[in-house]
Design a protein around this ligand. Sequence first.
Ligand code: GLV
Ligand code: MN
Ligand code: MN
Length: 410
Amino acid sequence: MTVDAATIVARCDELAAVTATPGQITRVYLSPEHARVNTIVARWMQDAGMTTWQDDAGNLHGSVPGATDDAPVLLVGSHLDTVVDAGRYDGIVGVLMGIAAVARIRAEHGALPFGIQVIAFSDEEGTRFGKALLGSSAVAGVWDEAWWELTDAEGVSLRKAFTDFGLDPSRVGDAAVDPSRLVGYLEAHIEQGPYLEQADQALGVVTSIASARRFTVEAVGEARHAGGTPYERRHDALLAAAEAALAVERICRASQHVGTVGTMTVEPGAVNVVPGLAHFSVDLRGEFDEGRDRVWDEITKAFALIGERRGVSVEPTEVHRAPAVFCAPRLMDAVRAGIVATGSPAPMELFSRAGHDAMSLGLVTDVAMLFLRNPDGISHHPDEFVSEADIALGLDALVTAITTLAAEPS
Ligand code: GLV
Ligand code: MN
Ligand code: MN
């Protein structure tokens, strides 16, 4: 069965209905919604002629064999999990394009010199446990035992969430692929930024993916009466956190990085009590690891000064760290050839400021990414969009990229 761009759009709409929050799209790791989309997408993989399985970290795989028994494997993928109140294309469209590419290649080219394995990663966003890329880290074989103790907003540990989902934590290592068998990893994704649209290009070749770190920060002050406590006696945790958030912006702006405080909670959370405790997150991105780390050092110094001045302790804990990943020239050439074949003679190259599953795979194999134009650059928002026409072009480019690789001498 062939799968065209209209079918991909219809499937994005169908998956958008699988949500924890009616009226929004929210689908997090190891949730009932995660299980449901895996079941639905496995059926689409099977319709495209693939053998399917769920691995020991909850990622869904579908594969078609290569022309010989010992053929290597090209991985193609993206993710099915979402942020809170998400759009319907981030990650999802890349998985569905992978399935559509396999269906088309099987029909038009038969078996290639390599097998193709499409992976629908289960956690790219890190929405539930703060740590991003859990699914692809398991596949890359870079799982860190310390992650088991991460907890979600309800206090459920990652270990318990695995068990509740029907997974055995002791087997997570079995989700790892054998890098010696891989041709590499290709990922199609919406841009999540405005640059392709500004350049009037439907598609682009990714050169590298931003280096990232994430932290949770605890600010501990003292809860006291909002009327009776003069300013000089206050240790207001919210004000320390607010100043810290402004410091993140100031330092990142001055150094060409991006830093975001995306969550903040305050306790005890009463109108007439000076906040005694605040928790907030910091998400930090930059093009290179060294710059990112230098900026973080500056931020922690600013946090310490703010804390000292206000008598509030401001303590960050790192929950996620991913190095910048540089795409492999050989695979970038194939993506470029795919875009050229769609009638765009000089494909735009761009750096990805957003994180992707390719970051984990890039630790063990060659990776490349194809970006699709994202009108107004809006993503992680319900208005996120990619046109059916651009998906059609992207699918043509992905198919050509894969068959270009297949035509290379092994
Ligand atoms: C994922 O979309 C990220 O970049 O946070
Ligand atoms: Mn994504
Ligand atoms: Mn995302």
